[in-house]
Design a protein around this ligand. Structure first.
Ligand code: SAH
Length: 333
């Protein structure tokens, strides 16, 4: 919901400022699915609010999943669709949110890339994905956010920052910076700008290869920001924040050789705060071939040999196409 519009509307009705605060509190509580349910407001005001506003800027089209992973297809006011995922298998319930409708980056392994770029999401559309889940699971609530849904968050910079402010604010969703993670395909100049924000929000970089030529072939953005430039920006981040930086590396048949392990070790050894997350590649139509279990094992042996620490991420939600890189509204659900 656009809170500025709400404020203007309430002012035009000559309502006192506390009404605004009361409605905002109700809105962020996740307790209400409609204005009608807000029985602490007069019937008349509830009716007016329902006429003039939608509580959420997104509406549920369909939800699939099970107790640990659910994915919803959400419709926006212009009839475009996005997907959002809820994961409930760790200490906190995590929402994986989209930042754009589609994506311009066209990474070869990612389903969102295949649908092209449609438009940026507004800050409200980003925040409302979380509120959507909070409403659905009330009285439970989302405690962690990852920007790993559709789109490249750093290419929707202004709306991302506006959304983060609301997510983080005690008067908004009140989710601590350390419980928020942003993943970027490597928009180097934005990594620097992000560092300069001086926040405790976590950052992850989709690396996937440290061979410049090969990386360019699977991630076209690597032509714009090459590995040297990316590494420089990453060093800037860790040196300024003193926070760990996570590198995402999806395992395929093409990036798991001994040479790849060696290149990766060199890259990661540039800083003690560089940390590797290995991800089993989720298959996508027309995408890359996942590494076999044996290839994965061998690659991890090489990494051990070169002294690289890593974690191997579990892959969830594959059967519902809810896993990383599988969020594409045209082909799934
Ligand atoms: N554009 C951002 C965020 C969206 S992708 C980025 O590139 O980081 C979120 C994460 O899913 C990234 O780490 C991305 O590299 C990973 N991913 C994309 N497709 C995948 C696939 N098919 N299998 C596994 N991980 C994938």
């Amino acid at each position: 919901m656009d809170l500025n519009q709400l404020k203007t509307f309430l002012d035009s009705q000559n309502l006192p400022p506390f009404r605004f605060r009361q409605i905002v509190k109700n809105y962020f509580s996740g307790r209400y699915a409609s204005f009608d349910q807000m029985t602490d407001l007069s019937l008349d005001l509830r009716a007016k609010l329902s006429q003039n506003f939608s509580l959420l800027s997104v509406s549920e089209t369909k939800t699939v999943g099970d107790n640990s992973v659910q994915k919803s297809l959400l419709k926006l006011s212009d009839n475009q669709s996005i997907e959002t995922v809820l994961m409930d298998y760790e200490d906190w319930i995590t929402a994986c949110v989209s930042s754009q409708v589609g994506c311009a980056l066209n990474c070869q392994f990612c389903a969102t890339g295949k649908m092209g770029f449609k438009r940026n999401l507004t800050a409200d559309e980003i925040v409302d994905q979380i509120l959507f889940w909070n409403q659905k699971i009330f009285p439970q609530f989302v405690g962690r956010i990852v920007f790993m849904g559709m789109g490249e968050p750093f290419l929707n910079w202004d709306n991302l920052l506006a959304a983060l402010e609301i997510i983080n604010s005690p008067d908004g969703l009140n989710i601590g910076a350390r419980k928020i993670s942003i993943s970027t395909a490597g928009v180097a100049d934005k990594i620097i700008e992000f560092t300069n924000l001086d926040t405790q929000i976590n950052l992850a970089i989709s690396l996937h290869s440290v061979n410049q030529k090969y990386r360019e072939s699977i991630m076209p953005i690597a032509r714009q920001y090459n590995l040297d430039e990316l590494k420089k920006a990453c060093l800037y981040y860790v040196n300024h924040t003193n926070r760990q930086l996570f590198f995402e590396y999806a395992l395929t048949d093409k990036n798991t050789s001994q040479t790849d392990a060696k290149l990766l070790a060199n890259f990661l050894h540039s800083h003690r705060l560089f940390f590797l997350n290995l991800i089993p590649l989720n298959p996508v139509d027309g995408g890359l071939t996942p590494a076999t279990k044996d290839q994965q094992k061998l690659f991890m042996n090489y990494l051990n040999q070169y002294g690289v620490e890593y974690s191997l991420r579990k892959s969830f939600g594959q059967s519902y196409s809810a896993a990383c890189g599988q969020l594409a509204t045209e082909t799934s659900i």
